[in-house]
Design a protein around this ligand. Structure first.
Ligand SMILES: Nc1nc2c(c(=O)[nH]1)N[C@H]1C(S)=C(S)[C@@H](COP(=O)(O)O)O[C@H]1N2
Ligand SMILES: [Mo]
Length: 361
């Protein structure tokens, strides 16, 4: 059964970027916790109807190139060994509004990113129960949501589907989640079961998971080959381009916000830094538009696939200032000044700047 949006029965806090499909981003300046409360966690859904699945009758099917086709009830999944992980998820379209020239897609500012404590069953355990056959190449994940999309000028009805290679899928970090921040998943975030692929941009973490198919070919569906590719030339039908996968090293300034009036005498600049590829090694702040850089302090909360909070105490004095932040990961990779433009404005990990004014007392 499906019901129209909005589906969440809890109060929410954020900016609605699109009513239909329902997409909401966090208000970065109001984020001051390491873990994002569920009511603030960003939402990115692709279709009009948000599935409202009856948990008591729902079954997750595993089929295809497996030794035995198998299905699990929600209760079966809840009874299995689980793992809890604090994981940051960033949408590949985060910060798209700042791509120059403007790119195709929802105009997210910097708020399509959040961090939650996810709990669920390792996917590898479920796959083991089914038994992966030797001919299997990829694992295809199907969500309950679907609708019309255009492919080669034709309207086709599709469900949200994404695949991982076998090697990516059996990574022990990948879970089929039942819980988010200590509560059962809510409808916006994929209830009753969703995939969480730590380190990857959000598109990999398939919500409203209904079917897992082991396939002996390369999946070429809409959300694998028509979306989430870095295409430079701007042909919407292009099916070649580097696929989007892991989150790039990136930092954002949460406070102050762009245009804020900051009191003179001292101000603590705060924000978040993360990378889907490695740990955060260093965060630096500039208060002079990038002429000089100073080490920020990383706060102590830490998990392998979660962002770090950082802060920098600035001795603010009257004037106009451009504040910048840049992160470096433990592989030595540093954020670029400008991200390579791509048609759909994915993966904008350019250095974040905010301009502030410090008035005379
Ligand atoms: N079934 C399904 N799964 C999905 C999507 C979707 O539209 N349908 N959107 C994906 C994208 S692009 C992102 S960024 C994340 C967002 O997860 P959230 O809404 O819980 O923040 O879900 C992913 N999983
Ligand atoms: Mo996304």
């Amino acid at each position: 059964m499906t019901i129209a949006k909005p589906v969440s029965d809890q109060p929410v806090d954020g900016r609605v970027v699109s009513e239909d499909p329902y997409c909401r981003e966090v208000n970065l300046p109001s984020l001051d916790t390491w873990i994002t409360p569920t009511r603030q966690f960003f939402v990115r859904s692709h279709f009009h109807e948000t599935p409202h699945i009856d948990t008591s009758t729902h079954r997750l099917v595993i089929e295809g190139s497996v030794d035995r086709k198998i299905s699990f009830s929600h209760a079966d999944i809840l009874a299995m060994p689980s793992r809890e992980m604090t994981v940051t998820i960033e949408c590949a379209g985060n910060s798209r509004s700042y791509m120059m020239p403007p790119a195709e897609g929802l105009k997210f500012t910097h708020g399509a990113i959040s961090t939650a404590v996810w709990k669920g069953v390792p996917l590898s355990l479920l796959l083991e129960r089914a038994g992966i056959r030797r001919d299997a190449k990829e694992v295809l994940f199907e969500g309950a949501d679907g609708g019309e999309e255009e492919e080669d000028g034709k309207k086709v009805h599709i469900n949200y589907e994404r695949s991982l290679t076998i090697a990516q899928a059996v990574d022990p970090e990948v879970i089929v989640a039942t819980h988010m921040n200590g509560e059962l998943l809510n409808a916006d975030h994929g209830a009753p079961l969703r995939l969480v692929v730590p380190g990857w941009f959000g598109m990999a973490s398939v919500k409203w998971l209904t079917r897992i198919s082991l396939i002996d070919y390369e999946f070429k569906g809409f959300f694998q080959k028509r979306r989430y590719l870095l295409i430079n030339e701007g042909a919407a039908d292009e099916v070649t381009g580097e696929p989007v996968s892991r989150m790039k090293v990136k930092a954002l300034i949460a406070q102050p916000k762009h245009g804020e009036i900051v009191r003179p005498g001292g101000y603590t600049i705060r924000g978040f830094a993360w990378s889907g590829e490695a740990d955060i090694a260093k965060v630096e702040v500039s208060t002079d538009a990038g002429k000089s850089w100073h080490a920020a302090t990383l706060l102590t909360e830490k998990a392998k696939r979660a962002w770090r909070r950082w802060e920098y105490r600035w001795v603010s004095h009257p004037g106009h200032f451009v504040l910048k932040v840049r992160a470096t990961d433990s592989n030595g990779v540093v954020q670029p000044e400008v991200t390579a433009w791509n048609f759909r404005g994915y993966v904008n990990s350019a250095i974040h700047s905010v301009a502030v004014k410090v008035p005379l007392e």
